[in-house]
Design a binder for this molecule. Structure first.
Ligand code: PEP
Ligand code: MN
Length: 349
């Protein structure tokens, strides 16, 4: 349920409601809107006493949240959430509301030199967040699995040098502790969307989480996974549509464009699209990226490689740097039609 505070409610009243919710065995989640504060009370415990909460000082009303995903729902928060990725040595990049984000880089970090070369190219072209996998979820155990911690350290140094926050996939709960000091944004891969222990673990951190949609997950299941992260107190969740399995075999996955307006209607969380993994082939990447933005997405994540034929992972879908640059220009135009703006990288175009 949510406790809606009076517009002029004092901090002491807010604190009181929070501690009362805790006393009832639930977790309080504070959301300060432009006009008023609401407190979500969520927990396994059905012992929440709505009448008691409604009687507390500064409380306007107590309303139940009907959706199974509570903190992710529009009922909990009517306005669009704006997430912040980065900070510290790198700038804070915003996503959501009027802020569109462009994340780009290689599928996997193969060596230090290739990482820096691709990172410079995507930065020059207008990407503000650097992606690069260091632990790769591969269908075959004999395929390249990623270079692990060493590659993550290169990612960190490269992001710091260029002023780009980094987004890196975490595959296992055991990796969270060693990776946390280096990453700005966790990527939860499609295959791990329902790895509930992992979701809880990144939920305990305060780094942003890019949550890919599972290969055969419904939008509702996807939002329930977001709820796992949010329920741990981490409010920085960004959804990512990356294509789902359908009967269509002309393309690697079917990018479900309709999930963008659906997720936007049901949830206040930002949503971006990943046209690279949906397409599986570079010819289709730009069209899907533009379609996603036109449908109202808050940005894109795109794989780029200067020599895709030598890439150790996902080469066929990697855009060449020139094509990526052209795509960014087109994305800026589409974004302006939906009232969004891609942040400037500070690099002259
Ligand atoms: C990736 O981003 O390289 C990746 C493996 O993505 P997904 O989990 O969407 O397949
Ligand atoms: Mn990939």
């Amino acid at each position: 349920m949510i406790v809606v505070m009076n517009p002029n409610a004092e901090q002491a009243s807010i604190d009181r409601v929070m501690s009362e919710i805790e006393r009832m065995g639930a977790r309080p989640h504070l959301s300060r809107g432009e006009f008023r504060t609401v407190i979500g009370a969520v927990g396994e415990d059905a012992s929440l006493d709505a009448t008691r909460l409604a009687s507390l000082d500064g409380v306007e009303k107590v309303v139940p949240i009907m959706k199974p995903y509570k903190l992710a729902s529009r009922e909990f928060k009517g306005g669009d959430s704006v997430m912040s990725i980065g900070g510290g040595k790198v700038p804070q990049v915003k996503v959501g509301g009027h802020h569109a984000v462009c994340i780009a880089g290689p599928c996997a970090v193969e060596n230090e030199q290739m990482l820096y070369r691709i990172a410079r190219e995507v930065h020059q072209a207008g990407a503000t967040i650097l992606r690069g996998g260091v632990y790769k979820p591969r269908t075959s155990p004999y395929s390249f699995q990623g270079l692990g911690l060493q590659a993550l350290k290169w990612m960190r140094a490269c992001g710091d040098e260029l002023g780009m926050p980094i987004c890196v996939e975490v595959m296992d709960t055991r990796q969270v502790e060693e990776m946390e000091p280096y990453v700005d944004c966790w990527q939860i891969g499609a295959r791990n969307m329902q790895n509930f222990d992992l979701l809880r673990e990144v939920g305990k951190t305060r780094k942003a989480v890019l949550l890919k949609r599972g290969l055969s997950a419904s939008v509702k299941e996807w939002l329930m996974s977001a709820e796992y992260v949010l329920s741990q107190g981490n409010s920085q969740v960004i959804l990512c549509e990356r294509g789902i399995k359908t009967f269509e075999d002309s393309i690697r996955y079917s990018m479900d464009i309709s999930s963008v307006p659906v997720a936007k209607q049901w949830s206040h969380l930002p949503i971006i699209v990943d046209p690279s993994h949906a397409a599986g082939k570079r010819d289709y990447v730009s069209a899907l990226a533009l379609a996603g933005m036109a449908a109202g997405a808050d940005g894109v994540i795109v794989e780029v490689h200067y020599c895709p034929s030598e890439a150790q992972c996902d080469g066929p879908q990697a855009l060449l740097p020139e094509s990526f640059k052209e795509l960014v220009t087109q994305l800026r135009t589409i974004a302006s039609l939906t009232g969004k703006t891609f942040a400037d990288t500070g690099v002259p175009v």
